[in-house]
Design a protein around this ligand. Structure first.
Ligand SMILES: [Zn+2]
Length: 74
């Protein structure tokens, strides 16, 4: 096999593995306002949430970004 192709293949597999690792190791986000854990399977309620992630708290309705940082309430 061509060594450049092999290197590309290894790089691609490594990248996929890293992405998968990050996807699997994401901790559940807790609402900073009321402490409630947000479900992983979220239902984005705006285009912005669908694009960038983020949650609307099931408990108190506070808005968070994908890392669980509180955003301004509506
Ligand atoms: Zn909350």
């Amino acid at each position: 096999m061509d060594s450049t192709l092999a290197a590309m293949l290894v790089g691609g597999v490594a990248t996929a593995a890293v992405l998968l690792f990050f996807a699997m190791s994401r901790k559940p986000v807790k609402c900073p306002s009321c402490g409630r854990e947000q479900p992983k399977a979220r239902q984005p309620d705006s285009l912005n949430q669908a694009m960038w992630g983020g949650y609307t708290c099931q408990g108190c309705g506070a808005e968070m970004d994908a890392r669980g940082k509180l955003k301004n309430k509506k």
